[in-house]
Design a protein around this ligand. Structure first.
Ligand SMILES: CC(C)(COP(=O)(O)OP(=O)(O)OC[C@H]1O[C@@H](n2cnc3c(N)ncnc32)[C@H](O)[C@@H]1OP(=O)(O)O)[C@@H](O)C(=O)NCCC(=O)NCCS
Length: 172
């Protein structure tokens, strides 16, 4: 179970980034060295699931993204105007600390990321959330939540904003 006192919030300097360890070096290094800088530079927003003492259970990051029209899944293109690219949201990273895996933290972070992306899409258009899964386990995790792979690229997956809307409305 996720500790009751944990909350999902924007990364700030009180969070104990240096202690975070998910087992994937690149994801640990990103949180420790780049997440705050990228937040300040408006490159990516990072949200952490954290305890009141600053311990980070997991995190995700979001950025604006454009899917090349020629690579976009047909399901997104129904009725789409003749633009060069499809507006989307990139879930660039999502990771859970080793100590907290298998307790629902990854799922809670993903649902929060989707819900936040859906809210943002009402202000800045976005037709899907896109993820780049780093291995087969990650592909399986996202597939579990209904993500589909892009044709010809098994590591890139998407969930349309229509699907996300249905998911978010079902939860509310
Ligand atoms: C993948 C990861 C985020 C999952 O986090 P977690 O906190 O252990 O997952 P949860 O406990 O929240 O699981 C939520 C649901 O996803 C399922 N799930 C978790 N990992 C899964 C996997 N690899 N494949 C398929 N389903 C998976 C769980 O069974 C659970 O299903 P349920 O709600 O129907 O019971 C975590 O293992 C991790 O940080 N891995 C290393 C980094 C990584 O691979 N990130 C992915 C992006 S590149």
């Amino acid at each position: 179970m996720i500790p009751e006192e944990a909350d999902i919030e924007l990364l700030n300097k009180e969070h104990k980034r240096e202690l975070f360890s998910c087992g994937v070096d690149a994801l640990d290094i990103y949180l420790k060295q780049y997440a705050r800088q990228n937040l300040k530079k408006h490159i990516a927003g990072t949200f952490v699931h954290a305890l009141p003492d600053g311990t980070i259970l997991g995190y995700y990051s979001l950025s604006a993204f454009a899917i090349d029209l020629h690579k976009a899944p047909a399901a997104l293109l129904k009725g789409f105007p003749d633009y060069e690219s499809v507006p989307a949201t990139l879930l660039g990273r999502l990771a859970v600390d080793k100590q907290f895996k298998g307790k629902g933290v990854g799922g809670a972070l993903l649902v929060d990321a989707l819900s936040r992306s859906f809210s943002a899409s009402k202000v800045v258009g976005s037709m899907a959330v896109v993820v780049d899964a780093k291995d087969e386990q990650a592909v399986a995790f996202y597939s579990h939540y209904g993500f589909s792979t892009f044709l010809g690229d098994e590591s890139r997956l998407y969930l349309s904003m229509k699907q996300i809307e249905a998911l978010v409305c079902a939860i509310d």
